[in-house]
Write a protein that binds this ligand. Structure first.
Ligand SMILES: CC(C)(COP(=O)(O)OP(=O)(O)OC[C@H]1O[C@@H](n2cnc3c(N)ncnc32)[C@H](O)[C@@H]1OP(=O)(O)O)[C@@H](O)C(=O)NCCC(=O)NCCS
Length: 137
């Protein structure tokens, strides 16, 4: 099993995180964020949201990150080359253990099979559907 460590996010990790998020937004799998705000603006809001963020490190290389809000909403992002190895699942599980709460949730696009399988594997159950209407002004 590939070993990883979780390390609390530092300011120097922001560029790495932003790059991963840019790739993710391009996939159109994001439910809430459709376009990423510019770097400085993005992290100004991000840092004011009081998220707990951990960088997933494999062999001294940044492989991804996981985060959790005070309300228990979780997020998880991995570099493509590390996908499908159970790392995200183990990292999220560890993050939940480090941040014990009564309730956790994740907002997942129904097309995001990997993400659904990940949370379902950790005992999350589906709840609700997000409806969306895009205006074509
Ligand atoms: C979502 C993401 C973190 C999942 O990473 P991952 O490496 O596939 O996760 P894991 O290897 O830990 O797999 C988690 C589960 O998904 C399932 N899975 C893995 N690869 C899969 C695939 N190709 N198809 C379907 N299911 C798959 C496995 O069943 C696994 O369950 P298990 O732990 O019981 O074996 C990763 O795909 C990613 O970074 N995606 C882009 C960002 C993103 O979508 N974030 C979530 C926003 S809601």
């Amino acid at each position: 099993m590939l070993k990883y460590i979780l390390q609390e996010m530092k300011v120097g990790d922001q560029k790495f995180m932003y790059n991963l998020l840019e790739e993710y937004v391009k996939t159109n799998l994001s439910v809430t964020v459709l376009t990423l705000k510019p770097f400085n603006e993005y992290f100004k809001i991000y840092n004011s949201n009081n998220l707990k963020t951990y960088i997933v490190i494999i062999k001294e290389e940044n492989a991804g990150f996981v985060h959790i809000t005070k309300e228990g909403e979780i997020g998880y992002y991995l570099e493509k080359k590390y996908e499908g190895k159970g790392i995200a699942s183990r990292a999220v599980k560890e993050m939940l253990h480090l941040n014990p709460m009564e309730r956790y949730y994740s907002v997942v696009n129904i097309k995001n099979i990997r993400s659904s399988e990940l949370v379902e594997g950790l005992g999350f159950l589906p709840k609700g559907i997000t409806y969306e209407k895009i205006s074509n002004n």
